[in-house]
Write a new protein. Structure first.
Length: 206
């Protein structure tokens, strides 16, 4: 009887531990909104990207990811009236435009071709992840533009967008052998982590 009761207690503790682990794991993952999974390039770098070609895959995924953030930031410059959002949006546009230009130049030198560009006629030839990314980007921008509280929706979308960029940059940092890409990854992690913390503070107050 004692052994049976002890076994039940042990099993109960084990189940509770598993549940807590799952909850904490889910809490630690970036929050994802409709369309954001593909929008943030989830389908590419999290599969084939973990290889000797990680630099190539990262650039192909991060450029459209940056372009999405820039599109959101440009919309914020038109619609937001909060100086904090306006300043952040300007910083995003400047920093990520510079990084896009860097990645575009590196890609040409390292791989002898231009970064694959998106156009409406290319959908059939794109990977599933990139197709979902483009469709998700359009949906998220439409949702943002129509939001009753623009600033709140902007933060709710930009935080997980930044979290995904940080996650991708950490994977790059762990796998790249190029100093340029290592520095880029470090910059993305530092700058976007700082912006995440800032936006979370606004979210708590606003």
């Amino acid at each position: 009887m004692l052994n049976s009761r002890l076994m039940n207690n042990v099993l109960g503790i084990g189940v509770v531990g598993i549940i807590i682990g799952l909850v904490l794991g889910a809490w630690a993952m970036p929050q994802v909104f409709p369309g954001m999974m593909g929008y943030m390039g989830y389908g590419g770098i999290y599969g084939a990207g973990m290889s000797a070609n990680i630099d190539r895959h990262f650039i192909e995924e991060m450029i459209p990811h940056h372009e999405g953030a820039i599109a959101m930031a440009e919309l914020a410059l038109e619609k937001s009236k909060r100086p904090e959002i306006l300043s952040l949006s300007q910083d995003i546009i400047e920093a990520q435009t510079t990084e896009i230009n860097q990645m575009t130049a590196w890609y040409k030198v390292w791989f002898g071709t231009s970064v694959p560009a998106y156009s409406s006629g290319m959908m059939g030839g794109m990977s599933q992840g990139m197709r979902i990314s483009m469709m998700g980007m359009e949906g998220d921008l439409a949702m943002l533009a129509a939001a009753k509280d623009f600033d709140l929706e902007f933060i709710r979308q930009m935080i997980p967008h930044h979290e995904m960029a940080v996650m991708m940059a950490r994977m790059l940092a762990a796998g790249t052998e190029r100093s340029e890409m290592q520095e880029l990854a470090d910059n993305i992690i530092a700058s976007q982590s700082r912006e995440i913390e800032m936006m979370q503070g606004w979210l708590a107050v606003w």
